[in-house]
Design a protein around this ligand. Structure first.
Ligand SMILES: Cc1cc2nc3c(=O)[nH]c(=O)nc-3n(C[C@H](O)[C@H](O)[C@H](O)COP(=O)(O)O)c2cc1C
Length: 181
């Protein structure tokens, strides 16, 4: 088995269709990445008829344990950066209120506690959005609570909240150049 090179990227996928395919493509272009996949994300991958085409050496952690066992990796410096993209309003709300009862909310919490810089691509950032449903583009109108939660997340330590795919790409590129990877 290939040796796992660290520190590496951690990427948490949630069950959001918002730029889901684009995020999968971005993961495919990273070297040295581990994926943390929510239960909903596993279903959404299938609904959008996507396949996880992962770079060599990538590991996939699924949400199968109550204690979110893989979070232990954060204590040992395995990750230089966590990316949560795309992030559902559900996951953002839980993160904002300090709830960690799923794999993804746990990796977010543990990254924070281990001071691992985190980038969150929040989906609900404007009162009106066009998003891709499995059968094509649809309009959604995020509620005030969803918008407030995305805003609240911006005040978290070591957390960068991005609102568009372009911003995610730029923030990722900036982090790559900081890390020289
Ligand atoms: C096809 C599909 C697309 C979805 N897209 C979104 C989305 O863009 N934003 C969102 O907040 N929830 C979306 N959801 C709902 C979430 O999957 C649902 O709230 C789930 O409980 C989130 O769990 P997670 O945050 O643990 O991944 C979508 C669901 C489906 C079936």
């Amino acid at each position: 088995m290939a040796k796992i090179r660290t520190p590496r990227w951690g990427w948490a996928l949630t069950g959001s269709g918002h730029f889901f395919k684009e995020c999968l493509r971005m993961i495919g272009n990273l070297d040295e990445v581990d994926l943390f996949v929510s239960k909903a994300a596993r279903e959404v991958v299938r609904m959008y008829r996507q396949e996880l085409k992962l770079p060599k050496g990538a590991r996939v952690f699924r949400d199968t344990t109550a204690s979110a066992a893989p979070v232990g990796l954060f204590y040992y410096g395995v990750y230089h950066t966590l990316i949560v993209a795309p992030a559902t309003s559900n996951t953002v709300a839980k993160c904002v209120f300090g709830i960690s009862d799923t794999l993804v909310t746990n990796v977010f919490a543990q990254a924070g506690k281990c001071r691992v810089p985190t980038i969150v691509f929040a989906c609900d950032t404007a009162p009106e959005l066009e998003t891709e449903a499995p059968k094509g583009m649809v309009k959604v109108y995020p509620r005030s609570i969803d918008l407030k939660n995305s805003e609240r997340l911006k005040s978290f330590e070591s957390t960068t909240v991005v609102e568009t795919l372009e911003e995610l790409e730029k923030t990722l590129a900036r982090r790559k150049s900081e890390l020289h990877v």
